[in-house]
Design a protein around this ligand. Structure first.
Ligand code: SAM
Length: 237
């Protein structure tokens, strides 16, 4: 009798804009699995078409993950291999993956990460702010708990990283000024895309720059830690 072998769950990082930002290995894995679980199947199809990959897809996003995970686990237990991808970047980073990873571990299903882009890492390395110690907070609460979160981050000495949408970026920058004062910050927009832009400066200056036009696209906000040792010689406004 042959021994039963579970399928593998691959967590595959995909581009954050530029379709060429994908590893050879990611393309190989996406071409070889039985099924691709995608946050947005239409968006992932654009990527798959670009690399001539034709594989069955299933949606897996934050509102259906609790229902979808058992179905995917069943397939993995039946020996199928599955690649999980998000809309952009690395699954599990402000995107679904955590739940299915926990469920898969309970069933001893092998999990293999396929590394690649993450918006905040690209923003951080180009920011000019200290990269040796940082804290990633993702999206801040919009209402309940927002003030407490800002207050708890105020004494944080590591570089602070946030994700933000175009609808809320000005409000968040105004809150950064109000809670943290005029610290150095960096706002990176539309990384790897046509309208990529990185604005560096003190918070009031960056806010004034962004207020000049209607915010569009996706944003990473990087805030200097409290009493940071960043290089004063850098040309921050
Ligand atoms: N999983 C993704 C990653 O690995 O970075 C993050 C997904 S999260 C739902 C989407 C947020 O990531 C956006 O609102 C924005 O804050 C950030 N983001 C994604 N792509 C970006 C880009 N090209 N430029 C700047 N920020 C980006």
């Amino acid at each position: 009798m042959s021994e039963h072998v579970n399928g593998t769950l691959f967590l595959v990082a995909t581009p954050i804009g530029n379709l060429e930002d994908i590893t050879y290995r990611a393309v190989k894995v996406l071409s070889s699995v039985d099924l691709i679980a995608a946050e947005d199947t239409r968006k992932t199809k654009i990527l798959l078409d670009h690399y001539n990959i034709n594989k069955p897809m299933m949606s897996y996003y934050s509102y259906n993950e609790k229902g979808r995970a058992p179905q995917l686990i069943e397939k993995l237990l039946a020996g199928q291999s599955i690649a999980l991808v998000s809309d952009a970047g690395t699954p599990g980073i402000s995107d679904p993956a955590f739940h299915i990873v926990q469920q898969a571990l309970k069933k001893e299903i092998p999990i293999i990460p396929i590394p690649g882009p993450t918006a905040f890492i690209s923003a951080l390395i180009a920011s000019g702010l200290p990269t040796n110690r940082f804290v990633f907070e993702g999206f801040l609460p919009q209402k309940k708990g927002r003030k407490t979160k800002f207050e708890s981050l105020k004494p944080e000495s590591r570089t602070i990283i946030l994700y933000e949408s175009p609808h809320r970026i000005l409000k968040t920058l105004a809150d950064v000024v109000a809670f943290f004062g005029n610290r150095r910050i960096v706002v990176a927009r539309e990384l790897t895309k046509k309208f990529e832009e990185i604005v560096r400066g003190n918070a009031e200056f960056v806010l004034a720059q962004l207020e000049k036009k209607t915010p569009r696209g996706e944003y990473v906000v990087i805030i200097e830690g409290n009493e940071s040792q960043s290089d004063d010689a850098l040309t921050f406004e």
